[in-house]
Design a protein around this ligand. Structure first.
Ligand SMILES: [Zn+2]
Length: 69
């Protein structure tokens, strides 16, 4: 059975995940580990009351994130 990656937009703790991408070297905000080159991550932004939105990354299948949906 073919595996399909969904890039569905969802909200999680006030964060908005935009799409799947790769961000090696960045830190996963859920497990705080460094993202490896072959690990798909979700790019997201956090709106802050002061200052510009912050871009964050989280593993698409992060063991710490649990069930997001
Ligand atoms: Zn992670």
């Amino acid at each position: 059975m073919a595996r399909v990656e969904k890039a569905k937009v969802s909200t999680y703790d006030g964060e908005v995940w935009e799409y799947l991408t790769y961000a090696p070297g960045h830190t996963c905000c859920a497990c705080t580990r460094t993202v490896q080159p072959l690990e798909p991550v979700r790019r997201g932004t956090i709106e802050r009351a002061s200052g510009s939105p912050v871009t964050v990354y989280r593993h698409n299948e992060c063991p710490r994130a649990g069930a997001v949906t």
